[in-house]
Design a protein around this ligand. Structure first.
Ligand SMILES: *Cc1c(COP(=O)(O)O)cnc(C)c1O
Length: 445
């Protein structure tokens, strides 16, 4: 049974949870403006020797209001697809503040490039594509430095098992293509994944700065994101000052040896938003599966809002909030429960074992009844943007920005309707098609 501490809400009081649930319904994502701002300030103060551009990896939480908030605070942006680039531009982000680092180049890339969007070429094919269309122009190159760092194989995006970036041993081929088209490589990019510890990060940054020796036009080294954030109370978060300081020395030493003052870019997603978001859900049902079984709490949310537990065995704090103020005083016994999502899918579980989405691990919670709320904390990053939305035809949940106890929370995305879920379906004449199929069958017979 679980020995972990009972978790508490991170930025909402219990009464704020109830108020927001009543005003906007459940499930509902809530983001905390103060925490978003605080995290942005920390990233903007990342240690650096000769200048810093901090980008927000927008796939972590792509709502345009969040992009605008970060834009106002001084962050730039990293987009993972052409659609993300356009989404950012629709939110009013200037094209020159956006870099595209993508597995797949969009068909309208030439238009985006002409508008000022920067590219980090992530494969030899992307590099050749760019060279053929834009000879003599500037771009960045993403390398896979040969080692990675991530909680699991699914969050690790460096090393031989990851397809991201150009394999470091292909450097000579890169140089040949660059020369063939007269390209100017102004940025070297390495992003190795979420969960990096300071030592791995230090190691990768010295390997990456070594790559710059072969690219004399490069003035920027982008070390990606991947700063680990503790969501559970027993987990620790990366101290940006601690991971960043040794890297300053690496840049200074490179500067002394080569006379080049290299600018640093970092592009966290998780770090900026993970603990600034939660999902308020309502407990719908309970069930027990015999004496060797489990106590299950069923909520009106799950993989449709928070997919990370099913996908990675990720742990999110789960906090029971009584339905009424009066019930706050009742100190019933705690409950060791499996929290199940609302999809007809046995993998829709909020309490997997750490790192093992296949296994169940009961969580100790405050005693709960049907009708109480359950808050999923640490749901700012890779939840709203990554969930298996519309599975079982559940509509996309709304998003709300919490602006402190003295201001009204603001709706920043409406709840989807059933009509919106089916709006792109096109009716065909079922009867007509069936008679055609029957004719076909007769011909066969
Ligand atoms: C996803 C991604 C990031 C952000 O990673 P986090 O682990 O969320 O910090 C940064 N750079 C690139 C290229 C990415 O794809």
């Amino acid at each position: 049974m679980s020995t972990q501490a009972i978790e508490t809400t991170r930025f909402l009081s219990h009464s704020a949870v109830r108020t927001i649930a009543q005003q906007f319904g459940t499930p509902v994502y809530v983001y905390d403006e103060a925490r978003l701002t605080q995290a942005a300030q920390e990233v903007l103060h990342f240690p650096n020797a000769f200048g810093l551009t901090a980008r927000y990896a927008m796939k972590a939480l792509p709502n345009g209001n969040i992009l605008r908030l970060f834009d106002r605070l001084g962050l730039h942006f990293d987009a993972s697809s052409g659609f993300e680039v356009e989404r950012a531009m629709q939110a009013g982000i200037a094209a020159h503040k956006i870099a595209l680092t993508a597995q797949e180049l969009p068909q309208n890339f030439p238009t985006l490039h002409a508008g000022g969007v920067a590219l980090n070429a992530c494969s030899l094919a992307q590099l050749r594509y760019f060279g053929e269309r834009f000879p003599g122009q500037e771009l960045g190159i993403r390398f896979n430095p040969g080692l990675g760092s991530g909680g699991t194989n699914r969050t690790n995006v460096g090393g031989p098992a990851a397809s991201f970036g150009i394999w470091h041993e292909d450097r000579a081929t890169v140089q040949a293509i660059v020369q063939q088209y007269g390209l100017k490589v102004i940025r070297i990019h390495t992003h190795i994944g979420s969960g990096s510890d300071p030592e791995v990060w230090q190691h990768v940054s010295s390997m990456s700065i070594g790559l710059l020796e072969h690219f004399p036009d490069a003035h920027t080294l982008n070390l990606g994101g991947g700063y680990k954030v503790g969501r559970m109370s027993h987990e620790t978060s990366t101290d940006l000052q601690e991971v960043g300081q040794p890297v300053v020395q690496t840049f200074v030493a490179f500067g002394e040896a080569t006379g080049r003052r290299i600018q640093l870019e970092v592009e966290p997603g998780t770090y900026l938003v993970a603990n600034a978001g939660c999902v308020i859900t309502a407990i719908q049902d309970r069930t027990r599966t015999g004496k060797d079984g489990y106590d299950f709490l069923k909520i009106d949310s799950g993989m449709t809002e928070v997919l990370r537990p099913s996908m990675y065995g990720a742990q999110h704090p789960l906090v029971v909030v009584p339905a009424t103020e009066a019930a706050e005083q009742e100190q019933g016994p705690t409950l060791d429960a499996i929290v199940a999502g609302h999809c007809c899918e046995s993998g829709d579980i909020l309490t997997p074992s750490t790192g093992d989405p296949e296994a169940l691990e009961p969580r100790t919670l405050r005693g709960a009844a049907i009708g109480d709320y359950l808050v999923i904390e640490g749901a700012g990053a890779y939840c709203s943007g990554m969930s298996s939305k519309n599975y079982n035809s559940f509509p996309e949940a709304p998003e709300v920005l919490y602006r402190g106890s003295d201001q009204d929370p603001v709706l920043i995305r409406k709840r989807q309707t059933l009509d919106q879920i089916v709006q792109n379906e096109v009716w065909y004449n079922v009867g007509g098609a069936m008679s055609l199929a029957l004719v076909g069958l007769q011909v066969l017979l």
